[in-house]
Design a binder for this molecule. Structure first.
Ligand code: NAD
Length: 514
């Protein structure tokens, strides 16, 4: 443990506050507890209110310098960050496993996602394109350009403690912004390890402190201040719908910008033409991967009545093969939930499922004995449920999969879209018309819609995010970079005259006496 922390430049008692060098962290102290064994492995000192202010000042000052560095040169710095992340991949993966309980291959996959984001951002740094327009006025030229915004606040959730930061920060950086990161209090050590790697690169390139800042802290000292801070023009927040409401309220109160990446309630529709093996494999990975703690976790399988029984049986058989245990062991497919409170919430939800008429077909038990004594392990659960059950509309952040029958595709789509969230969705079908209907404007209402691909495991090249209560934000690839910049429309007049648009005449003759 000590060796791992030391390789990442950390000690067992560490600060979670700094702008390039660590501040003392005079706010609250948080014990980093591993869900693997429920034991603390580090203590993190968080920001006091005045330390948050110091960091925000640094970020504001550094922005004035960073924005003047040409975007491709900023991209070069991000390229070097990507190289440093490659070197640290194994250690960071091990730390993510320890801190949030992900299996090693998913934890390393998360670091790979950061590396991919760095590569993507490098290319993007040469493609911050604006359009040109033809002016209606003679001798005039119009175009738009994109400028950086300022220090960008990034709030991250526990379940993607590394990748989500990179979706935001690496794009924000090439766009010319500085970054103030408030990580989840359940993943502070990972955040400290990441900024350590980034700071080293910045130092090696003679860049000032304040470009990448870490402000671990509680809601009063950091959370609230960040949301109300007029120095921070954009807050990108990833987490629950409840958190998103608070962020939206506070930031829009001061007319700041937000990017919201909130909860999902993702479904797979399995039609009668689907390849059942493909569907089962995708549903199991989507529902059980990361122990059901992904925003894109498959929470509902909406299955045609003609294949419902057979598919349910196959799913149960597949669930029986899921090896649950220490996520650091290569054979493990499902590790613990993040903490005991998450296990309690799962158990409570299953009581509600029963009360609302649902039937538990498999699993859902809190596990005990040996490693499971940590109190954080469960068996993944399959329930048969009716679409109208209120619990089905909620995101319980645990491996609970609801199986729902349908008879017509129209009905399946209505069921699919009947939840308040709108993140990721999928149809398994070998029927072109079914697939196209699902992808049409009358089909899935989600930000992500897949055909014969499950709901989780998105690639960084696309814009990631969802509709409705998922918040509407988009991050990572495609043109998501635009949200991190301000658009300026410019008109240049080389005509020597001053014609007005829309043919308006407004002329004063300076020779005429008034
Ligand atoms: P959470 O809402 O409890 O916390 C998320 C982050 O918000 C943490 O850093 C937390 O400290 C901070 N926070 C909470 N209230 C705040 C406030 N009032 N002011 C400022 N900061 C505040 O979520 P979690 O349990 O860490 O993560 C799980 C949730 O995140 C799930 O709902 C999941 O679907 C969602 N999530 C969404 C995406 C996405 O891209 N859509 C990605 C990952 C996770």
């Amino acid at each position: 443990m000590q060796k791992l922390l030391s390789r990442l430049g950390l000690t067992e008692t560490l600060s979670g506050v700094g702008s390039g060098t660590w501040l003392p962290g005079q706010g609250c102290e948080v014990a980093a507890v591993s869900p693997i064994n429920d034991k603390p492995f580090a203590t993190v000192k968080c920001a006091a209110a005045r330390e948050y202010d110091q960091i925000a000042d640094q970020a504001t000052e550094a922005f004035l310098k960073w924005r003047m560095i040409p975007a491709p040169k900023r991209g070069e710095i991000v390229r070097r960050i990507g190289l440093a992340l490659r070197q640290a991949k194994e250690d960071l993966g091990a730390l993510i496993s320890l801190e949030v309980g992900k299996i090693r291959s998913e934890a390393e996959g998360e670091v790979q996602e950061m590396i991919d984001m760095a590569d993507f951002a490098v290319g993007q740094s040469r493609m911050l394109y604006g359009l040109t327009m033809h002016s209606e006025r003679p001798g005039h030229r119009m175009y738009e350009q994109w400028h950086p915004l300022g220090p960008v606040g990034v709030i991250t959730a526990f379940n993607f403690p590394a990748a989500v930061w990179s979706w935001n920060a690496l794009i924000a950086l090439i766009a010319g912004n500085t970054v103030v990161w408030k990580p989840s209090s359940k993943a502070l050590v990972t955040a400290a390890a990441i900024v350590n790697i980034v700071w080293k690169v910045l130092r090696e390139n003679d860049l000032p402190d304040g470009i990448v800042n870490l402000a671990a802290g509680n809601r009063n000292d950091v959370g609230k201040r960040l949301l109300q801070d007029t120095r921070i023009p954009l807050v990108s927040a990833t987490g629950s719908v409840a958190m998103g409401r608070q962020v939206a309220r506070s930031v829009s109160e001061r007319l700041g910008k937000t990017i919201l990446e909130l909860g999902g309630n993702n479904a797979v529709i399995v039609t009668k033409s689907a390849d059942p093996d493909l569907a089962v494999r995708a549903i199991v990975f989507g529902a059980v991967g990361t122990a059901g703690q992904r925003c894109t976790t498959t929470r509902r399988a909406i299955i045609h009545e003609s294949v419902f029984e057979a598919l349910s049986r196959s799913l149960i058989q597949a669930y029986q093969q899921v090896r649950i245990g220490d996520p650091r062991k290569p054979e493990t497919l499902m590790g613990p939930l993040i903490d005991k409170a998450a296990v309690d919430r799962m158990q409570d939800a299953l009581k509600v499922v029963r009360n609302q008429g649902g039937r538990i077909l498999y699993g859902g038990k809190k596990l005990s004995g040996e490693i499971f004594d940590a109190g954080t392990y469960v068996s993944p659960c399959i329930c048969e449920a009716g679409p109208q059950m209120p619990i089905v509309g909620e995101e319980t952040f645990a491996p609970i999969l609801y199986l729902i029958r349908y008879s017509t595709l129209d009905q399946a789509i209505v069921i699919h879209n009947s939840v308040p969230q709108g993140l990721s969705s999928a149809i398994f079908s070998n029927d072109l018309l079914e697939a196209e209907t699902f992808l049409s404007c009358a089909g899935s209402d989600c930000g992500i819609a897949n055909v014969n691909v499950g709901t989780s495991g998105a690639e960084i090249g696309g814009a990631f995010g969802g509709e409705k209560q998922t918040g509407g934000g988009r991050e990572a690839g495609s043109d998501a970079w635009k949200a991190y910049m301000r658009r300026q429309t410019c008109t240049i007049n080389a005509s020597g005259m001053l014609p007005l648009a829309q043919g308006i005449r407004f002329q004063v003759d300076p020779q005429e006496p008034t």
